[in-house]
Ligand binder design. Sequence first.
Ligand code: HEC
Ligand code: HEC
Length: 346
Amino acid sequence: MKNSSQPVVALIQGLLGLSFIVFILTLFVAALVISLWRFAPPAQVINEKIQAAVPKTDFRLIKEEGLWKAPDWNEVAEEPNAEQIQYGRELIAHTSEYLGPEGKVLQISNGMNCQNCHLEAGTVPLGNNYGAVAATYPKVRARSGLSEDIPKRINDCFERSLNGRGLDTGSKELKAMVAYMIWLGKDVPKGSNLPGVGIYEVPLLDRAADPILGKTVYDRQCTSCHGAEGQGLKASSGTSYTYPPLWGPDSYNNGAGLYRLSRFAGYVKANMPLGATYERPLLSDGESWDLAAYVNSMERPSKELSGDWPDISKKPMDHPFGPYADTFSEQQHKYGPFQPILAAKK
Ligand code: HEC
Ligand code: HEC
């Protein structure tokens, strides 16, 4: 009797044990699924959360169709001047290595790379790209009051954004950068300015941008990469930056485009903190303007600018240095509110 029932009992015990294990495993998997969903919701939920956190009006441009896209880089090989174009891109991506303080070609700039501000060598929609350059230069620019060609415009960024010296117009380097920009803009009809080129225009606030509010955003969202003192972080090679500086002696000077609050706000709105895009911005409009106010109220190199804007009535609303054709102060021209300035222009 005992002998014959033993296998049955063992079988039942075995089954019970097995189903217990299965039961525990099921519980475990269910708990895992629930906690994963709770702590890492699917991408769509993340997206909705971000969109909910940013005021609706902030998405104006971002849904626009037909944004400029860079041509396919692999097609460069077919160009007769492929090597020149490739060298141009290399100089824009790794400017410091060639032309920085210890540059192997020349030492004429501050250690930043062009692509620190013109993302991915100037190819990112609303990442301050070069999409419109070939189609719109030469053109008369009010800052100089002169007709400027592409080489002149490139040297402007060397002298201001890279706080350095321009390249010789006959140099191999300048010609290569121009060739690259012409190739990038080859599909843009002459004279046209497609949506998605350059910098995003952040809607104006009805108040002045506030450096004190900007500092709180900066401390929360920017210090991890750009440093508490805006000093950035040098790459281990020492020749360029992993995270470029935002102010201090190695940053852009007071004549640079980013020193204007609208340019800075538009750049960071669509691109910062790193990983943000025009489709998925992480800063509200107000935060973008306040960050611009904070960063641009810190010390930075200064340039002799008395030759700029020979016709003062052409100064943009956010050019922070007088004299002006209107009666608004330098303070208001720097931080806003800008609507009254624009209204007075009309
Ligand atoms: C510190 C940031 C910064 C750096 C670094 C920088 N630029 Fe710029 N650049 C700007 C800003 C801002 C503008 C103005 C964009 C605007 O007004 O829409 C600009 C404009 C330009 C334009 C004109 C674009 C257009 O569509 O009119 C060219 C060309 C250019 N930069 C080339 C360069 C080159 C080449 C380098 C490297 C030698 C460089 N930039 C480095 C910030 C920078
Ligand atoms: C995760 C790191 C990271 C964070 C966080 C970050 N940035 Fe950046 N930022 C970068 C990198 C990297 C570049 C240069 C991009 C390149 O070279 O491809 C850059 C470039 C810039 C530039 C243009 C270059 C310059 O030095 O002037 C500005 C302006 C800027 N960031 C502002 C900000 C602001 C404001 C914040 C906070 C809202 C922020 N960034 C947060 C990594 C970061």
